[in-house]
Ligand binder design. Sequence first.
Ligand code: PRT
Ligand code: ZN
Length: 293
Amino acid sequence: MSTVLRVALQKSGRLHEGSVDLIKECGIDLNGRAKRSLRFVAGNFPMEILYLRDDDIPGFVADGTVDIGIVGENVLLEKGDERLEIVKRLGFAKCRLSLAVPKRMDYTSVQDLDGLNIATSYPTLLGKYLAKKGVSAQLHELSGSVEIAPGLDLAEAICDLVSTGSTLESHGLKEVQVVLRSEAVLIGRTDLAENKRAILERLLFRMNAVQKAKRTKYILLNAPASALDAISEIMPKRKSPTVIPLARQEGATEDWVAIHSVVDEDMFWERIEDLKAAGAQDILVLPIEKLIA
Ligand code: PRT
Ligand code: ZN
């Protein structure tokens, strides 16, 4: 078989969908194999996909069984293997690893945890954090359902992943300290072979185009030609906008133009009122699939 890039994705769970969607958005054909096979080759890109438990992915990348993988940064750092590096931050599956205590407990600082029992699935990350803060606590490692530990008197506090906070809430706990902010990351080995790196570069080029496109929108609007300068000033532009003269309508007293531009979405929402006040009408905001600068 000619060279392929072996990629490990989570088989099922919170990272699966985001990982598979990203690969598909890069135009890579998974042959409709999302989940049905555990190992298969992509249709139109030199890539082999393996579906694994997320906990196994850093080890498989580190020992060279696969070339790259997508995991939560929390898992990468907990495993802490120096042969691994973050190739790209992916911006999905965002969460935080946080300390939480029963709501009734008075908590003012992390020093309040000194001498307590803390249940966690992340003993390495938590141990390092507490050592830095000069706090000594007994860590009890649980591989899941950490939130129930205080209710069973197994621990006085916990350290677990939080996204909305509703799981903590429903167990009578409050989040008191963020230990780590995490998101999905693409990981690889620092010494990836040259021919594999070339494929990885092609993949990263596509991922960057997809990510850039998500942050930008294509805007079309109509305005009187006399308002063009004012609108161009306000428009959060990446480059000069495209201006197209419109056919003059019967009875119209002035010329109109259509203005097209690629803009950062956040800035656009901040400026929409100013655009309207300057004379912009019929504003269309369209998604961009890929953006190659
Ligand atoms: O089967 P496999 O071992 O592959 O999966 P897993 O069960 O170990 O992991 P999974 O799918 O639950 O999570 C994979 C990754 O998603 C994690 O390593 C994080 O990087 C990321 N992630 C993002 C989360 C969450 N958000 C999250 N909320 N992982 C877990 N949770 C759990 C948390 O442990 C707690 O039980 O969700 C609950 C809290 O959620 P909220 O919304 O109530 O705060
Ligand atoms: Zn796991």
